[in-house]
Structure formats: C-alpha cells, structure tokens
Design a protein around this ligand. Structure first.
Ligand code: ZN
Length: 126
C-alpha cells in the first residue's frame, strides 16, 4: 500500500519548508541554501545526505566521547582489582582495552553507544 499526499519537512540548515512525495523518500536533493539532503520518511527534519567527511567527523567526535567515558569506566573497574605486581598486566589491559572499545562503540553507534556506556558507568557507581 502506498501512502498518498506529501511529506512536509524542513531543511536542517536554513529551516526552509520543503515538500516531498512518498514515492520520493530517500531521493537526494539540494536545498536553495546549498545544503544537500534526502527526502525523509517522516515529516520533520530532512535527513542529511552525509558525506564520508561528515561520517569521519562524527566517528571521531562520538568515538572520543565514548573513549573518555570508557576510560572513566575502566578506572572504576580497576579499583576492584587489588593493586599488586601480579595484577599489573590485567590492570593495564583493562585501562587500555576498555577505552579502545568505547572509542569504537561511540564511533559506530554514536549517541546510542555513548548512552549505553553511560548507563553501565552509573550501574557500577551505585
Ligand atoms: Zn536549506
């Protein structure tokens, strides 16, 4: 079943009102302001047509956020490991591996990934 009518949405950049048909969902267009977008599935804001550069920037930004949060998480976990010479290797592994995973998780899953790491930190803190 195809839906009739038009989707009303706005340009993320200049907030101009835009229209698209249901059969045009996903279509790449350029707004008058020069912002490239895709016709969204739902009314609201246009989906940005993300370039590889946008993707890389987001990966680094969210990855960095996830990495920092995970470093904090790693410090929380490491407190439970007795600080002796025998446990030096596992402690370093925790402090190295968890932030790295956090960086990848934040980068790949963006805000969702960071929220998830945040909820784990809160659980441990309590
Ligand atoms: Zn625009």
């Amino acid at each position: 079943m195809t839906r009739k009518g038009l989707i009303h949405f706005r340009c993320r950049y200049c907030n101009r009102k835009l229209l698209g048909g249901w059969d045009q969902v996903g279509e790449r267009r350029t707004c008058n302001c020069g912002e490239r977008y895709r016709v969204p599935r739902y009314p609201g804001l246009a989906q940005r047509d993300r370039t590889l550069v946008d993707w890389c920037v987001e990966f680094v930004v969210y990855g960095f956020g996830g990495g920092l949060l995970s470093l904090f998480l790693a410090f929380l976990i490491v407190r439970f490991v007795p600080a002796t010479v025998d446990t030096l290797a596992p402690r370093l592994l925790i402090l190295g591996a968890i932030p790295l995973l956090g960086f990848l998780g934040g980068g790949l899953f963006g805000e969702r990934g960071i929220n998830w790491i945040g909820s784990v930190v809160r659980q441990i803190e309590e």
